[in-house]
Design a protein around this ligand. Structure first.
Ligand code: HEC
Length: 259
């Protein structure tokens, strides 16, 4: 037999098997535990950031000293978050059963949404009092309080952090891994690619670390922008940041399922 024909015979069954495997697998089953953990981390980071953004978008309302009842209830907040989360991920957070997400992500996303609403609930009494502007409910306090309760329930490390020179609250200080990651982001700033996360396997496969960079947009600059050094409404000195600059990250550390 001609050599060329023989090699075609050898390859054909192999190709057929590969094609069979590819066509039989449902899209998500192709992903392994590491991909599942990294996708779960990505979705959790975006959900926490969506809550932060909802606070930022309602900051003027929350801080309005002339108004009593603000109508910014946890149900109103949930509707805003659900809408933006769907825009950013294509996932309906209120119908997770039907969502095409890794199985491990479903209870975690549901819980993070629940904890996010709980944070808004705990601030109701304060935000509805007229006569003063600053109520302590800002994207960062929302993020810290929500992430802390989520972490103690799930055991999954979840925090908002920032490059060392920007950190206001020492609790948000980056760890070694996060600091190194910030240095890498600085080399390749990408505020034009929204929701690009950085995910990496660490500790010989024990963990997946996921970082969602946060960039300052206009709503953030009332506190983090110019004039540098002048105190913002929360009493911290402004950083002098500009729109589009890196402000920090939502950071997660998860174990792949089965680990
Ligand atoms: C009303 C003022 C205010 C606004 C608006 C605001 N921040 Fe902050 N930000 C703060 C304060 C105050 C802290 C520190 C909170 C604390 O003490 O835990 C903080 C903390 C942070 C942190 C955590 C790291 C650290 O410094 O402790 C990040 C990241 C951050 N802000 C980014 C942003 C981004 C991005 C936006 C816009 C979406 C934003 N902030 C909007 C006041 C603000």
């Amino acid at each position: 037999m001609d050599r060329r024909i023989r090699s075609a015979f050898v390859i054909q069954p192999y190709v057929a098997v590969v094609l069979l495997v590819l066509t039989c697998l449902p899209p998500l089953a192709a992903a392994g535990p590491v991909e599942d953990a990294s996708e779960t981390g990505r979705l959790l980071a975006i959900l926490l950031d969506t809550g932060r953004a909802a606070i930022a978008n309602s900051q003027d309302l929350i801080n309005d000293a002339s108004k009593g009842n603000k109508g910014f209830t946890s149900d109103v907040f949930e509707r805003q978050v659900a809408q933006e989360f769907e825009q950013r991920t294509g996932i309906t957070i209120t119908n997770l059963e039907a969502a095409e997400v890794p199985a491990m992500a479903k209870p975690l996303l549901a819980r993070l949404m629940q904890e996010s609403k709980k944070t808004i609930d705990t601030y109701q009494a304060v935000i509805n009092v007229p006569g003063f502007a600053y109520k302590g409910l800002i994207p960062a306090t929302f993020g810290t309080e929500t992430a802390t309760r989520f972490q103690s329930w799930s055991g999954i490390y979840l925090k908002q952090t920032a490059p060392s020179h920007l950190v206001r609250n020492p609790r948000n200080k980056p760890d070694e891994y996060e600091s190194a990651a910030f240095a890498r982001f600085a080399a390749a700033p990408s505020s034009d690619t929204p929701d690009k996360v950085f995910a990496e396997v660490t500790d010989e496969g024990k963990f997946v670390r996921v970082l969602l960079p946060l960039f300052y947009h206009r709503a953030c600059l009332a506190c983090h922008g110019e004039p540098k050094g002048q105190r913002d409404i929360s009493g911290y000195p402004r950083e002098g940041a500009k729109e589009g600059e890196l402000g920090g990250a939502v950071s997660l550390k998860l174990s792949p399922p089965g680990q």
